[in-house]
Design a protein around this ligand. Structure first.
Ligand SMILES: Nc1ncnc2c1ncn2[C@@H]1O[C@H](COP(=O)(O)OP(=O)(O)O)[C@@H](O)[C@H]1O
Ligand SMILES: [Mg+2]
Length: 323
């Protein structure tokens, strides 16, 4: 068995939280309890693997690199084990796939749907509509009624003026049934999700998980806004046990060495707002004073060493020794 660490072609491995800083891959490699070789995502396409080999790879917030990785890792995943899992790659910066995966694996305790045609959305208002990519609350909207939905429709689900003119011409030239097909093709689509709205929230728990280590920051909702992400109003807190238990129940289903979860608590329990299993920001690791580890049937508080590579290596070593 051999462990490969695949960086981007320039040696970058995310995420330190800064697009101009890479994780220290040689430090990570030394901390792994396995025979390790550093390579690049381009070289993976030309390599031969044994079925028990492991490829640890980075994704990117750059969309073209992500799309390239989806194609390349699809085949690598058939030859050996890849970490993060292929599911986590598809879920990266893709709230649509996240919605499908939570339905498939039954976790999150929040109703939601993925669609490309806003007329296919089915949840009743009030509800939250989100573009499938976007961070720090950009692309996250509260729809309280029809007016909000038509505002979102006109901003995100409209075709160009030029296309509207062409459609007008086609209406006269085509048979009714043909025009109906053409009109649908150029209706104005976008990738969105809808989620049930959890009202009156004061904060969101950001939980980072490395193996059995759980780190937490509480992020307050902005004033006169329902959103917390990007507010910068963060505190290091001991999370309620209910939140830790909920996080663990999700993490156990993700089958991944590490994860980032956004969790809220309401009167009817916890809900998962969003998750990532690759390239999430490490802000919570650097700014929480403690970590929480479940053993002897309880959550135990330990000091946070704030060492990113050590935590990645710990998560990977734990995952590989359990599998
Ligand atoms: N279903 C929801 N109910 C209530 N508030 C939500 C819901 N979804 C998101 N929010 C709020 O909006 C913020 C941003 O949403 P999120 O899905 O985490 O997007 P981002 O990728 O921008 O962080 C969250 O931090 C939370 O405060
Ligand atoms: Mg978020």
């Amino acid at each position: 068995m051999k462990v490969y660490i695949a960086t981007l072609p320039n040696g970058f491995f995310g995420s330190t939280g800064c697009s101009w800083q890479s994780l220290n891959v040689s430090k990570l490699s030394k901390l792994l309890n396995y025979d390790t070789e550093i390579t690049t995502i381009n070289d993976l396409t030309r390599m031969n693997f044994n079925p028990d080999d492991i490829v640890i790879y980075t994704s990117s917030d750059e969309e073209n690199i992500r799309l390239y990785l989806r194609d390349v890792m699809y085949f690598v995943n058939k030859k050996c084990k890849i970490l993060p899992s292929y599911n986590m790659l598809l879920a990266h910066e893709n709230k649509g796939f996240q919605e499908l995966l939570r339905t498939e694996l039954d976790f999150g305790n929040l109703q939601g749907n993925y669609f490309f045609d806003i007329d296919d959305s089915t949840l009743s208002v009030p509800k939250v509509l989100k573009t499938i990519s976007g961070a720090e609350s950009s692309g996250v909207f509260l729809a309280k009624g029809k007016k909000d939905i038509s505002t979102i429709k006109s901003k995100y689900f409209e075709v160009s003026k030029k296309r509207k003119i062409i459609k007008l011409q086609r209406r006269f030239k085509l048979k009714g049934s043909e025009f109906s097909i053409y009109n649908y093709r150029h209706k104005g689509f976008n990738l969105f999700i809808e989620q049930e709205f959890i009202p009156n929230l004061l904060n969101v728990f950001k939980i980072l998980i490395f193996g059995d280590r759980y780190y937490c920051l509480k992020r307050d909702v902005r004033e006169k806004d329902f959103r917390a992400s990007g507010s910068g109003l963060c505190k290091s807190v001991k999370p309620p046990e209910e939140v830790l238990d909920f996080a663990k129940s999700i993490f156990d289903k993700l089958d991944n060495p590490y994860a980032s979860l956004d969790i809220v608590q309401s009167e009817d329990g916890c809900h998962l707002i969003e998750f990532q299993g690759t390239n999430f920001g490490p802000f919570t690791l650097f700014n929480s004073s403690s970590r929480y580890v479940y053993f002897n049937k309880k959550w135990n508080e330990e000091k946070n060493n704030k060492d990113l590579e050590e935590n990645f290596a710990y998560a990977l070593n734990t995952f590989l020794s359990n599998n």
